[in-house]
Design a protein around this ligand. Structure first.
Ligand SMILES: Cc1ncc(COP(=O)(O)O)c(C=O)c1O
Length: 408
């Protein structure tokens, strides 16, 4: 398979790839060594502004920090989006310190401890309760602190997001509370003891199928209307989830947002019960995934029987998802390029398997790709690496040298 570099939104200067106006070798001088992740501010801004332009104005965008919690990137995202979704107390601190208003920060994720809940209540952010235990914990801790907790309920809807990279709803799930259980919970809540803010309906992630996203939105709006009709207080928002995917593999293409946006506009017009309620879309990788590149350097080239291997100074321990070990069933290559031979991408190429330095056959950067003839010292750039990279990888595995990150 040929490395498919057509996805890259990055500039290049003669033979070198550029990220945020710096060539890969300049970035190496800045951070000291490879491997590194570099994130491009201009691409982040452009991604968010194009999405805002495409979607109906009624939709507020929230960034799910789990996709990339690198503090300079989180701080950069703060004025671009209306809110942050956090998945731990540590992410919550990042979100607060970025200057985002606590009112616009939500904390989802199962297994919130008493400490997590106490911190969230003190911070004044909104807990997305994933169970009745969490609701009770929040009410009890709120009483102890004499602060009313802000609570929304995360729903596990009866429907799923079809054709999704990760299904997070439908059937039995550890996430949210089954929609069938909600009527009795809403009937029993003591609304004096909490600020009940709304519902979070998150069905899945990494979806590139327009029909599946449209169907999910139809079912989400219908469910939201049913929930509002049985909630005895006025709510502030419905978080309609996210799930917009980005192309990673050969044959995948960017989502055409027009039909998704048209459908949302129709749903907004049809559901008058939602007219005074904020509608939030919560996205991680769609906002940041395309803005990041993982760069490592070739340190050895060797032949083994019929295969040529290029061994790099980075790999699975920094980029687990690219190695195929973060939820993929059949490993496929992310788009890669030789970052210092951009002018040769379409010239004579050779088949090579690019691996990392770990002593495990799982440590693959790109398997049997067509690349310009490699030499020791070349940069291997892995595109589409701005989400679920550094923070989603086992960085201390085999105690390799540390990784750098930079926002440019
Ligand atoms: C509740 C919730 N919100 C947001 C996300 C972010 O997903 P993505 O990065 O695919 O947009 C996830 C991903 O698992 C999630 O579970």
């Amino acid at each position: 398979m040929k490395a498919h570099d057509t996805l890259t939104p990055f500039e290049q200067e003669q033979h070198q790839l550029k990220i945020g106006n710096k060539t890969l070798s300049q970035i190496e001088m800045l951070v000291g060594s490879t491997p590194y992740y570099a994130y491009d501010r201009a691409i982040l801004s452009k991604t968010v502004s194009s999405l805002k332009e495409a979607l109906p104005e009624r939709i507020s965008l929230h960034y799910a920090i789990k996709a990339n919690p690198y503090p300079p990137l989180v701080n950069f995202m703060r004025p671009l989006v209306s809110g942050f979704d956090v998945a731990s107390a540590k992410e919550m601190l990042l979100a607060i310190q970025s200057g985002m208003s606590p009112n616009e920060i939500s904390f989802a994720g199962p297994g919130k401890t008493e400490d997590d809940i106490r911190a969230a209540i003190v911070a004044g952010i909104t807990l997305h309760a994933e169970s009745t235990t969490e609701i009770q914990r929040a009410v009890d801790i709120g009483k102890q602190l004499s602060i009313k907790p802000n609570i929304a309920i995360r729903i596990n809807p009866a429907f799923e997001l079809k054709a999704s990279g990760m299904k997070m709803a439908g059937g039995a799930k550890p996430f949210g509370i089954d929609e069938e259980q909600i009527p009795s919970i809403l009937a029993e809540l003591d609304y004096q003891m909490l600020n009940f803010r709304g519902f979070h309906i998150y069905a899945g992630s990494q979806n590139l199928k327009i029909e599946a996203i449209i169907e999910m939105h139809q079912k989400t709006f219908a469910l939201a209307e049913r929930l509002i009709s049985i909630t005895p207080v006025q709510i502030d928002y419905i978080n309609i989830g996210g799930g917009l995917g980005i192309p990673y593999f050969a044959g995948e293409t960017r989502l055409n947002l027009a039909p998704v946006a048209d459908n949302l506009a129709t749903l907004i017009a049809q559901h008058s019960s939602l007219c005074d309620i904020e509608l939030i879309m919560e996205l991680g990788r769609y906002l940041v995934g395309e803005a990041g590149v993982y760069v490592s350097k070739v340190v050895d080239i060797k032949a083994s029987r019929e295969t040529t291997y290029a061994v790099c100074d980075g790999g699975l321990h920094h980029h687990l998802a690219n190695s195929g070990n973060f939820g993929q069933v059949i490993r496929k290559n992310y788009p890669v390029a030789v970052g210092n031979k951009m002018d040769l991408q379409n010239a004579d190429t050779e088949t090579v398997t690019v691996v990392g330095p770990l002593c495990t056959p799982l440590d693959i950067i790109a398997d049997k790709v067509q690349l310009p003839a490699l030499e020791i010292g070349d940069y291997i750039a892995v595109y589409q690496s701005g989400a679920y990279g550094a923070s989603a990888s086992p960085q201390s595995f085999l105690s390799q040298p540390e990784l750098s990150e930079i926002l440019l």
